[in-house]
Design a binder for this molecule. Structure first.
Ligand code: ZN
Length: 262
C-alpha cells in the first residue's frame, strides 16, 4: 500500500515538475521515442501515429542532409488548438500580448518543436493543408532543421543570435526542400524589378523572405560545399559567418546575384 502511494506521488511529481513552464498540466500524454518525446492531448490520440511518422521521416532526412545524427533528444508538442500554442509562445518568448498570425503553425528550437495540431489546420490556420503530404512533410522538416541548428549553436533557442535571421530561416527553408521552383521564380522576378538586396538583413524581409533567404543558403551550399555550410551552424553572429567563408557581406550578395542569374 505504502509503495503504491509512493509511486502515485512520484508520478504526480513527474507530471508537475515539467521542464517547461506552463506544460505541467496533467492532460498532456507523453510517449518516449528514440530521439524525442511526443506530447499530445486527448483529441490527437488517433492522429498521433501519423505525427510520429512525420517526425521520424524528418529525422532521417535531416541526418542525410548534414551527414550526422541529431546530437540530443528533444520534445515534440502537438497543441490541440491555436490558443494552446499562443499560450506557450507567450511564455517562451516573454511576450504576454503575443497573438500568432494564421499562417504560423509551428516553431523549433534545440529543446523542442511546438506545433498546432494538423487536425485543426483547416479551421485554425491559413495556407496549410494537412492533406498536402509533400508540403506538410517539408513544414515538419523545416522545424526539425531548426531543432538541429539550435543543438549545434551556442544559443540553443536563437535568442542570442545577431543578424543571422536570413541564415537560420534560409537553412531551414533550403534543407527542407521548400526552395521549390515557384519560390525561386518569385525571387528572380523580384531581383529583376528591385535589384540586389542591400544587406543580408533584407533577405529576411518582405513577402519573398523565405525564397530570398533559402536561395542564399542554397548558393552557399553549391559554392562552398555541404561541410562548410554545416560548419556555419555554430556561429551566433553574421560577421562570424562571413569570416568563415572569407567574404564581405557585399561580395556574398553580389556572388549570389550572379548565381541567381544563371
Ligand atoms: Zn523557420
Amino acid at each position: 500500500m505504502q509503495k503504491r502511494r509512493l509511486s502515485i506521488i512520484i508520478i504526480l511529481l513527474a507530471q508537475i515538475m515539467s521542464p517547461y513552464p506552463g506544460v505541467a498540466q496533467t492532460d498532456w500524454f507523453q510517449e518516449p521515442h528514440n530521439k524525442y518525446r511526443l506530447f499530445y492531448k486527448n483529441p490527437d490520440k488517433n492522429g498521433r501515429n501519423q505525427y510520429e511518422e512525420l517526425v521520424n521521416e524528418a529525422l532521417v532526412k535531416v541526418q542525410q542532409f548534414f551527414g550526422s545524427p541529431m546530437p540530443r533528444t528533444f520534445d515534440v508538442f502537438v497543441h490541440p488548438n491555436r490558443a494552446s500554442l499562443d499560450q506557450q509562445w507567450r511564455r517562451d518568448w516573454n511576450m504576454p500580448d503575443f497573438k500568432s498570425e494564421c499562417w504560423m503553425v509551428a516553431s523549433g528550437i534545440a529543446a523542442k518543436l511546438d506545433l498546432v495540431s494538423p487536425r485543426v489546420w483547416e479551421t485554425e490556420a491559413c495556407e496549410h493543408h494537412y492533406e498536402d503530404k509533400t508540403k506538410t512533410a517539408q513544414l515538419i522538416l523545416h522545424e526539425i532543421v531548426h531543432v538541429y541548428h539550435g543543438q549545434n549553436n551556442p544559443s540553443p533557442d536563437f535568442s542570442e543570435v545577431e543578424g543571422i535571421d536570413w541564415f537560420v530561416e534560409g537553412l531551414a527553408t533550403y534543407a527542407s526542400g521548400q526552395c521549390d521552383e515557384n519560390r525561386m521564380l518569385e525571387v528572380k522576378k523580384g531581383l529583376k524589378s528591385n535589384g540586389l538586396p542591400k544587406s543580408l538583413d533584407q533577405f529576411w524581409q518582405g513577402s519573398t523572405k523565405y525564397g530570398l533567404s533559402g536561395s542564399m543558403v542554397q548558393f552557399i551550399d553549391k559554392e562552398f560545399g555541404r561541410a562548410r555550410l554545416a560548419g556555419l551552424m555554430k556561429f551566433r553572429k553574421k560577421q562570424e559567418i562571413l569570416d568563415a567563408m572569407g567574404v564581405t557581406e557585399g561580395q556574398l550578395i553580389a556572388r549570389w546575384g550572379a548565381y541567381m542569374e544563371k
